[in-house]
Design a protein around this ligand. Structure first.
Ligand code: PLP
Length: 388
């Protein structure tokens, strides 16, 4: 197969071979149900609990605060719907932002159809939430604030600690979708004093179909799924033991390797940014260049259709996204880019480059070599560019 150059790590990551090795025996000889009575089942249970401890260590949580789910989407749903159902007698108001992942946005929209009121906070030009706007939006009926840690499209990192303190002053709970930051940035749930935090295994080189909801000790939720009462009654169903073992291993590796990865990837991302700013006229960098994921670069390349650019890049073996590949394929401009004030045209001309574990300097050289001529070619066909 031709070499492919993968620059879409925010969409998903390959499972680390060390994770695959750790999982393998749990499909075959160690297949037992951790809830069963015999010795082998006890071993499966112990392995699962060791994985829970590894995940807890990554977040500085205690193991009993870790609930395994099927992914980031389920964790977001469990946090938001779980609090809404539990606290509906206390209040019916939720706060989130306009730039959340659809797993949060659509869950809130769903609740808004059944008696809840939802405030969708705006963000500024670089995607930051204004802490004062949050303070002013909290009412006596507010039960939950859900604000993502780092944005999947533009990489902007919110000041979670400050936002959590404001929320707690007013007596509400705080959830964060930390799907894009977990495994990339150190997270300490105790220091943040956060109530609920979601993340996903397939973004940290673990298997797909696994996720985590951190639930601070003492925080009460209603489950989404009813059954045998697994996961402290919050997520019934026989545990996905191989997935849990894989996620545990991925969490352990992320804890060990994330600082070195930051050192390696930040200069590669910065080089792409500097070179593209130098070579390609009329581009904009989206997101907060000071508070941004070190692996993410979102560009608006004016007078170009993002999809056409992706097609040409694909012909050269380069895999990237425009807008967000996390949501179903859609020609709607990205809601995140519109929320930071981009025009429909500029949002359509966006390109998201997200780097990860297997990117080497030569991959970055390739992208720097291939993208500018594609931009030139597409612009030469654009009536808007010609008119300029
Ligand atoms: N939240 C964010 C910020 C994401 O980027 C994603 C990506 O898909 C999700 C939630 C959903 O996670 P999952 O794919 O594990 O359901």
């Amino acid at each position: 197969m031709d070499k492919t150059y993968y620059f879409d790590y925010n969409a998903t990551t390959p499972t680390d071979p060390r994770v695959v090795d750790a999982m393998a025996p749990f499909f075959t000889e160690k297949f037992h149900n951790p809830s069963s009575f015999y010795r082998h089942a006890g071993q499966a249970f112990q392995a699962m609990e060791a994985a829970r401890a590894s995940v807890a260590a990554l977040l500085h949580a205690s193991a009993k605060e870790i609930i395994f789910t099927s992914g980031g989407t389920e964790s977001d749903n469990l946090a938001i719907q779980g609090v809404a159902a539990k606290l509906k007698a206390k209040g019916n108001h939720l706060i989130t932002t306009k730039i959340e992942h659809p797993a949060v946005l659509n869950t809130c929209q769903h609740l808004a159809k059944s008696g809840f009121e939802v405030t969708f906070l705006p963000v500024d030009r670089v995607g930051m939430v204004d802490p004062d706007a949050l303070r002013q939006s909290i009412r006596p009926a507010t039960i939950l604030v859900s604000i993502m840690h780092a944005n999947n499209e533009i990489g902007t990192i919110q000041p979670l600690k400050e936002l959590i303190a404001i929320t707690h002053e007013k007596g509400a709970l705080f959830h964060s979708d930390a799907v894009q930051s977990t495994g990339k940035l150190p997270i300490n749930v105790k220091d943040l004093d956060i109530d609920l935090l979601s993340f996903s295994s397939h973004k940290i080189y673990g298997p797909k179909g696994m996720g985590v909801l951190y639930v601070k000790s003492g925080v009460k939720l209603e489950p989404l799924l009813f059954g045998g009462g697994h996961e402290r009654g919050l997520r019934s169903g026989t545990e996905n033991v191989p997935g849990i073992i894989g996620l545990g291993k991925a969490a352990e590796l992320a804890g060990q390797e994330m600082a070195a990865e930051e050192k390696r990837l930040r200069p590669l991302r910065d080089r792409l940014e500097t070179e593209f700013r130098r070579i390609i006229p009329d581009i904009m960098v989206n997101g907060d260049t000071r508070q941004r994921l070190y692996n993410t670069l979102n560009l608006s390349i004016r007078f170009i259709e993002g999809e056409a650019m992706l097609g040409y890049l694909d012909q050269h073996g380069l895999a990237l996204s425009s807008g967000s590949a996390c949501s179903a394929k859609s020609l709607e401009p990205s809601h995140v880019l519109l929320a930071i004030g981009l025009s429909h045209e500029d949002a359509h001309g966006s390109l998201r480059i997200s780097l990860g574990k297997y990117n080497q300097p030569a991959d970055v050289d390739k992208l720097i070599e291939v993208l500018p001529p594609i931009v030139e070619k597409l612009r030469s066909m654009s009536p808007f560019w010609k008119k300029k």
